[in-house]
Each structure stands twice: as C-alpha cells, then as structure tokens.
Design a protein around this ligand. Structure first.
Ligand code: AMP
Ligand code: TRP
Length: 325
C-alpha cells in the first residue's frame, strides 16, 4: 500500500498539523510504503518571503525528523527537486474543469484572505496537489479535514484521465483521523488552528514550557464548569479534551472521569503538563538535528533521488498515453 502526503513550508508547525497529519504518518511508516513531501511549490501561492523559503524548507525537514519520521522507513523529499510534479500538473490541468477549481473551499477562503494576490497558482493549487499524489500511484492520503476536498478532486482527475486515455493512475483515497482531523484555535474554538493566525491561537511543536502553560491557561473556554466532550455546546473544552487525549493516549471518557467535579483551571494545568512532557522530546531531537545540518541535507537529497525514479516512470506512461513522446 502506497501512502503520500505533504505540508507547505510556511513557518512554524503547530500541534494541529502534528495531530491532524504527522502523528498519523509516523504510525503509517511501519505499515505501508510511505512518501512524505515538503511542498515548497505550493508555498508560493500565498504571500511569502523568498529570502526565508530555504530556511522554512530546512526547518520543516527538521520537524519531520524530530516528530519521528525515519528516513530508513519512508521517503521524504522537497517537491521542487522532482521536476515531474510541475510537468504532470500541466498535463492534468488540461483535463481539469475550471468550475471544479473555482468551487474549492480553500481557493475561496484564501482569495478572501489575500484579495491583493489572487493568482492563477492559487486556483491551480489542487491540480499540482493531484500531480503530487498521482505520480506515486498513491492508495492513501493522510491529511487534515481541510484537505479532503482536494484529495477528492485528485481522485476525480485520475478517473477522468484513465477513462479518456487508458489506465495510468490509481484512484487515491483520503484518510482522516477520527479525532485530531480538525484541531481548533485556542482563541476561537469555532475556527481551525492555523499558523497564519495570532501566536496565542496555536502551540508550536517546539514551544517552551512557559509559553505552553501561558497559552493553555489563556485558552478560551465555555460557560459552565464541567469537563465534558460536546463540540457543539462546549467547543473550547472539547478541543482541549481532544488535544489531551491525543497526547496522553487516554480516551476522552477516561479524562472526563478523571476530572469529574474538578474545575477548568485544574484541567488546563494538567493539560499543560501533558503537552510540556510530550513536546520536550521533540525539542531535544530538534536541538540534535540542528547541530548536524549536512545530515539533514543528505536525507533530502537521497529522498529526492528515490522519489524521482518512481515519479519518472509514471510521468513517462502519462505522456505516452496523451500522445506525447
Ligand atoms: P498546511 O500547514 O496547511 O500545509 O497543513 C499541513 C497538514 O496539517 C495538512 O494535512 C492539514 O490538513 C493539517 N492541518 C492543518 N491545520 C490543522 C488543524 N487545525 N487540525 C488538524 N489538522 C490540520
Ligand atoms: N495542500 C496541502 C495542505 O495545504 C499540502 C499538500 C500539497 C498535500 N500536496 C499534497 C497534501 C499532496 C497531501 C498530498 O496541507
């Protein structure tokens, strides 16, 4: 079974990215044939600083390693180092209906957020993402809830191509976490946690204990005082319960029981401790990796070579079927 997923190198990775995506990847690398990508070309579609891009790519590679991806058990690489992604994206764009792209939720949201830079790349974003996925004959795409629609479009594009030109691509399926697919903002539990919002709304994967405690204690909660899971009535507490459960390995029921009759403050203090303990491990690993930059670069180079071999083989088939040489 082939698994493929990616994250944009656009700055700090937060616990939402970890719980919604990376944590699941770490489990999958022992069970399936996994490829994880640093999708730098996708990062160009929203405002960014060219001077900071290479640093962000390197930091994301370090994050993947610190969070537990093992280059011996999976392939990971930088998207722009494998040219076939862009080439296949062009081919696929010629069979993707414009209307499908215009109705994508992320396109609409990002166009509203950055009205000054609604570029064609932002519209074509899902086509490049489809190319990422289809090049590797992917079965499963583990992502957060917000990417489900894009994976479904990749599936539609694969089917369209296969019907028109003959079978080249596998039709990929999305994989969402039961809890964790959508971790909410600490400041507004009705909005997803996002690295482009204020720092108080998210916890970075390498944040220090003082900041973690501060942010959790200041997290917005609901009226009342019971610690119970009910996302529609108690979105704030339910979000914190999800985070607690995913980091501690305890079920939500167990945690509810543990905090029965206790207040929000006590629950939050305990959650801060759980987070501080879990994230300390990541911080340690990151420190080690930052001392060995060439090792990280080598891992990316090796990954790109392996990815290229797989990608080129699919690319050749797709070109032939479309009548190109
Ligand atoms: P991005 O930073 O948008 O490239 O997202 C990287 C991965 O993290 C994708 O699989 C997203 O679906 C996932 N993700 C982003 N934000 C959240 C969130 N708040 N909760 C769960 N997963 C998320
Ligand atoms: N669009 C994804 C996101 O914003 C990142 C991404 C690009 C991706 N290509 C991919 C995810 C291929 C899974 C598979 O999170």
């Amino acid at each position: 079974m082939r698994v493929f997923s990616g994250i944009r190198p656009t700055g700090d990775i937060h616990i939402g990215n970890y719980l919604g995506a990376i944590k699941n990847w770490v489990n999958l690398q022992d069970k399936a044939d996994c490829i994880f990508c640093i999708v730098d070309l996708h990062a160009l579609t929203t405002p960014y600083k060219a001077k900071k891009l290479q640093k962000n790519i390197f930091d994301l590679a370090v994050t993947y390693l610190a969070a537990g991806l093992n280059p011996k058990r999976c392939i990971f690489f930088v998207q722009s180092q494998v040219k076939a992604h862009v080439e296949l994206a062009w081919l696929l764009s010629t069979i993707t209906p414009l209307g499908e792209l215009q109705r994508m939720t992320q396109f609409k949201e990002k166009s509203t957020k950055h009205p000054e830079s609604i570029n064609a790349g932002l519209l074509n974003y899902p086509v490049l993402m489809a190319a990422d996925i289809l090049l590797y004959q992917t079965d499963i795409v583990p992502v957060g809830q917000d990417q489900k629609q894009h994976v479904e479009l990749a599936r539609t594009i694969a089917r369209k191509f296969n019907q028109r030109f003959g079978k080249v691509f596998k039709e990929p399926k999305v994989q969402l976490q039961k809890i964790g697919a959508k971790i909410m903002s600490l400041q507004n539990p009705n909005k997803k946690m996002s690295k482009t919002d204020s720092p108080a709304s998210y916890i970075g994967l390498f944040e220090n204990p003082r900041e973690i405690k501060q942010k959790i204690m200041a997290a917005m909660t609901d009226s009342g005082k019971e610690i119970i899971y009910n996302p529609s009535r108690k979105p704030g507490i339910s979000n914190l319960l999800s985070i607690y459960s995913l980091f501690s390995g305890k079920t939500i029921k167990q945690i509810e029981k543990e905090f029965k009759g206790k207040g929000y403050a006590q629950f939050k203090k305990s959650l801060a401790q759980v987070l501080i303990k879990s994230l300390a491990l990541f911080r340690e690993k990151r420190k080690e990796l930052l001392k060995n930059r060439t090792k990280v670069q080598k891992i990316l180079e090796n990954g790109a070579k392996k990815a290229q071999t797989i990608a080129n083989s699919t690319m050749e088939q797709a070109k032939k079927r479309m009548g190109l040489n």
